[in-house]
Write a protein that binds this ligand. Structure first.
Ligand SMILES: NC(=O)c1ccc[n+]([C@@H]2O[C@H](COP(=O)([O-])OP(=O)(O)OC[C@H]3O[C@@H](n4cnc5c(N)ncnc54)[C@H](O)[C@@H]3O)[C@@H](O)[C@H]2O)c1
Length: 403
């Protein structure tokens, strides 16, 4: 792994705006670029410049850079990381590149935002986390892009749970359903090869659901059972049929600290479901329901209300009192999926300015990676109950005893 020259980018030494480079210009590159472009129009953030967009195809990346508001484009991420005028590296490339780019960027003194999942393997995630811890000691920050933490309704759900409005959390149900792979003729992509994507629906979308379960409850997964299925085992590639080496759908039960049980379902072959993340949190004093297809809403059943008035209340999360909402539109003027990325950039920039460690951290990403690995291990062993390989909560109640 080649490492670019190190530069001193400690907050005290830097003058002028933060220079930003984004690597990848397709799906996430576009979503992040939109956020970089809009964030300062709404939030008070430190000065920054959209310096360079990096991709492999010079023509396409040049067009994307011009369209998305980047001053320049480049095709060699190593050369970009070595530049003194780049202070932030935003990694929107596939999972197999995360570790190499993130470690090189952190060692070169750049703040790093990386898309989820953190890496393709636990070993890579451990190396990235070690690099992040080392860099943090020098004032260099890092964050992983679990953007659904920035949905105002889910941020509100976390606040309500932390305030004890749901009482003791007993169990959580999370399902992330998509259908873009339902067609068996749909072509091979990097997302369907283990060596480039790490896993399928598991790492791609169950990772979001698992992050939400830990984020909302504030507890950690200690043990899992898992089942993985690949329904279409070959897909057309450039040189004929290619083997699909990842899962199309995943199921897991999770045991968490605090005696919480959770179920996770994820599929990219759930016909008719386009991008549906549903989360249900059940506590001793109430319940919260969320559906990404109605992301401005949170449904709250408050069991402390008189029985004759009980039922689910729809909270329209569009008031200035709600997380992130004070800068947007007048009440009831709803926001969308893309706003989560703007909130993410806002939180990242604010942390850099304040010299505080942003969340979710690489440590959080590593924890999720260990859960993903344990689910795969369980699935390979006929869904045997599997403890996490390294967990801060080794003494938590077991799934069998706690649920
Ligand atoms: N947060 C979310 O909701 C969400 C949604 C989709 C994807 N993701 C994650 O974002 C990451 C990227 O996924 P995507 O959907 O944007 O993929 P994509 O295939 O749409 O885009 C990948 C980009 O990486 C670039 N790239 C690949 N190799 C490169 C190299 N050597 N140098 C420079 N650029 C290179 C490609 O040119 C392309 O622009 C993945 O980690 C994925 O899991 C997150």
């Amino acid at each position: 792994m080649s490492t670019p020259a190190k530069t001193d980018q400690s907050p005290a030494s830097r003058q002028g705006p933060l220079g930003v480079a984004a690597i990848g210009y397709a799906f996430m590159g576009k979503a992040h670029s939109n956020a970089w472009r809009n964030v300062a129009s709404f939030f008070d953030v430190p000065a920054f410049e959209q310096k360079v967009l990096v991709g492999r195809d010079p023509e396409q990346v040049a067009e994307a850079a011009a369209r998305y508001g980047w001053a320049e484009y480049a095709t060699d991420w190593r050369a970009v990381i070595a530049r003194d005028d780049i202070h932030i590296v935003d990694i929107c490339a596939p999972g197999w590149m995360h570790a190499e780019i993130a470690i090189a960027a952190l060692e070169a003194g750049k703040h790093v935002l990386v898309e989820k999942p953190l890496a393709n393997t636990v070993a890579e995630a451990e190396l990235m986390t070690a690099a992040a811890v080392k860099a943090r000691a020098r004032g260099i920050q890092s964050m992983i892009g679990f953007n659904y933490r920035r949905v105002p309704a889910l941020a509100l759900a976390r606040e309500l749970i932390a305030e004890g409005r749901l009482g003791t959390i007993r169990h959580v149900r999370a399902a992330y359903m998509q259908d873009w792979l339902s067609d068996a003729e749909s072509p091979m992509t990097w997302r369907l090869r283990k060596e480039t994507a790490g896993s399928g629906a598991l790492g791609d979308i169950a990772s979001h659901a698992i992050d939400q379960i830990q984020y909302l409850t504030g507890e950690s997964v200690t043990e899992v059972t898992g089942t993985l299925r690949t329904f279409v085992s070959e897909r057309p590639g450039p040189a004929g049929l290619e083997e699909v080496t990842v899962d199309d759908a995943a199921w897991a039960t999770l045991g968490l600290t605090g005696g919480i049980g959770a179920s996770v379902e994820a599929s990219r072959m759930a016909m008719g479901q386009k991008n549906r993340l549903q989360i249900e949190v059940y506590g001793s004093k109430g319940t919260l329901l969320f559906d990404l297809e109605n992301l401005n809403e949170l449904n709250f059943m408050d069991a402390s209300a008189p029985v004759r008035e009980q039922g689910f209340r729809r909270i329209l999360v569009n008031e200035p009192e709600h997380p992130y909402m004070d800068v947007w539109w007048p009440q009831g003027h709803i926001i969308g999926w893309e706003h989560t990325f703007t909130h993410q950039i806002r939180d990242f920039l604010t942390a850099i300015q304040d010299g505080t460690a942003p969340v979710p951290s690489f440590e959080d990403g590593l924890e999720i990676q260990r859960v993903l690995a344990a689910i795969e291990t369980s699935a390979n062993n006929r869904s045997t109950l599997t403890a996490l390989s390294s967990s801060s909560a080794a003494s938590a109640p077991s799934l069998k005893a706690g649920v």
